[in-house]
Design a protein around this ligand. Structure first.
Ligand code: FAD
Ligand code: NAD
Length: 460
């Protein structure tokens, strides 16, 4: 069988690229080793974590959160199995949807492990044996896998990655999270809400590296108030399993005894048995596949996108790259504007960000103006009880062009879309300040922050 494009890996990078190539009239095949399509994002990432975040938020609200509104629940109970079944149902439904999209777009699907076979071929290993397909072009989109610390094995029992933390059968009494990044905070929040005592151990002196420092400091204060425990500047040196518990050993500090350890110190590119070395595909020192601005690897006709090539490990970034790669290949033009790729942390409050952080502007010696507006001065935030948070807009000192927007607060993940569009269109803070925003909405905080860039905020 011969295809215009063969894609290895059906995560957001791979399956979206497959659909776009099919739309462009190409004969496309996709190879996935797992039963369900959708990749890390759908099976063990974005979607199941958001299902648990939403369910645990409802549980916390029912148990403690809304007595001050005159709504009193009694005898609230937690059925963890049903909560997990809901999560699984969401994943199954969406995976079925992707199957339908593959059929609709006449994309040939292979189940099995794909690897480069050399000379424009891909070899598929499955329980049925080995099969070789010919490909004019090959796209590698095999994503990433959890990483651990030296000397600590992810055994799946005491020490697990996010994959295990998305399906604990019981609520751990004591949960230790290693890593105060996105996974640690999102899943730490889920289990804290469901009743665990959660301690986050972070190597650095801050949480959420990469997020604007001021916003990360605000977040730390809020999460502490919610009951998450933090030990910053903590270097974990090992774990010592007991019969039913595990001790987490920390350099120069007392060890912590817990029921479960969630290892959340980052992810590494998934290049296992991909045939990269034999084919001569270059990787960088951390194992990420090296590509040029058109997602071409060091070998002609072989491309790579998504988590596999590094940068922000985000589903929408992988999707944009998949589409840009395929469009570039088959229609001659494709592009990702990395300055306009948002990132969202789905804690409560949410944290959403796009463009440059204040730290980056300082480091790059770029002159900037700042406008900030707090949630507590917004009518809708007051009415709905979401008083924590702020919007921070960074604009160029001379041109007023928006360089970055950082939001911590309710619905930040939805609100950031306006700011992404503004950056994509090269808007100034004045453009947002003069744009009418509906009242009462949380999005008025963005307009007010834009007004604040010019020192003329109305409601604060
Ligand atoms: P992946 O999604 O990892 O897909 C790669 C696919 O390739 C997998 O299905 C794998 O089975 C398959 N594969 C690998 N090797 C082979 C092979 N040799 N042959 C055949 N198939 C192969 N991002 C967000 O933007 N928002 C979020 O809210 C978010 N939440 C997350 C929560 C968690 C707990 C985790 C772990 C990640 C989260 N992410 C989130 C990150 C997001 O999941 C990834 O950035 C995204 O899935 C990357 O897409 P990808 O297509 O590059 O790779
Ligand atoms: P991360 O890079 O976000 O955070 C890892 C954290 O672990 C960092 O704070 C780091 O300083 C810390 N760390 C590293 N070594 C350590 C050590 N020895 N001891 C203690 N702490 C240590 O990685 P993650 O949270 O594992 O997430 C992996 C990827 O998945 C991220 O790139 C993220 O973008 C993606 N993801 C995204 C979302 C989202 O978009 N909402 C959600 C989950 C995951």
């Amino acid at each position: 069988m011969k295809f215009d494009l063969v894609i290895i890996g059906a995560g957001p990078g791979g399956y979206v690229a497959a659909i776009r190539a099919a739309q462009l009239g190409k004969k496309v095949a996709i190879i996935e080793k797992e039963k369900q399509l959708g990749g890390t994002c759908l099976r063990v990432g974005c979607i199941p974590s958001k299902a648990l975040l939403e369910s645990s938020r409802l549980y916390e609200q029912a148990t403690a959160g809304i007595n001050d509104r005159g709504i009193i629940f009694s005898k609230v109970q937690l059925d963890l199995e049903a909560m997990m079944q809901h999560k699984t149902g969401v994943v199954d439904t969406l995976a079925g949807g992707i199957d339908g999209l593959m059929n609709k777009n006449k994309i040939t699907r292979f189940s099995g492990h794909g690897r480069l076979g050399g000379n424009h071929t891909v070899v598929i290993d499955s329980s049925d044996g080995e099969e070789t397909v010919e490909a004019a072009n090959i796209l590698l989109a095999t994503g990433s896998v959890p990483t651990s610390l030296p000397g600590i094995e992810i055994d799946g029992e005491y020490v697990g990655s996010s994959t295990e933390a998305l399906k604990y059968g019981d609520i751990p009494k004591q949960l230790v999270v290693i890593g105060g990044g996105v996974i640690g905070l999102e899943l730490g929040t889920v289990w804290r809400r469901l009743g665990s005592t959660v301690t986050v151990l972070e190597y650095l002196d801050r949480i959420l590296p990469g997020i604007d420092t001021e916003i990360a400091k605000d977040a730390l204060k809020i999460f502490k108030k919610q009951g998450l425990k933090f030990q910053l500047n903590s270097q974990v040196t090992g774990v010592k399993p007991n019969r039913k518990t595990v001790d987490v050993l920390i350099e120069g500090q007392e060890s912590i005894r817990c029921d479960k350890v969630l290892m959340a110190v980052g992810r590494r590119p998934n290049t296992a048995n991909l045939g990269l070395e034999a084919a001569g595909v270059k990787v960088d020192t951390r194992g990420f596949v090296t590509v040029d601005s058109h997602y071409k690897t060091s070998i002609g006709g072989v491309f790579a996108v998504g988590d596999l090539i590094g940068g922000a490990m985000l589903a929408h970034k992988a999707e944009e790259e998949g589409i840009a790669c395929v469009e570039q290949l088959f229609s001659g033009y494709g592009h990702v504007n990395y300055d306009a790729v948002p990132a969202v942390v789905y804690t409560e409050p949410e944290i959403a960000t796009v463009g440059k952080t204040e730290d980056e502007l300082k480091e790059g010696k770029i002159d900037y103006k700042i406008g900030k507006f707090p949630y507590l001065a917004n009518g809708r935030a007051r009415a709905s009880g979401h008083l924590e948070g702020k919007v921070k807009i960074l604009a160029h000192a001379k041109t007023d062009r928006i360089l970055g927007v950082h939001i911590i607060g309710a619905n930040a993940g939805e609100m950031i879309a306006e700011c992404v569009a503004a950056i994509e269109f090269g808007a100034s803070s004045e453009d947002i300040a003069r744009t009418c925003h509906a009242h009462p909405t949380l999005s008025e905080t963005i307009k007010e922050a834009a007004l604040a860039v010019g020192n003329r905020t109305i409601h604060f």
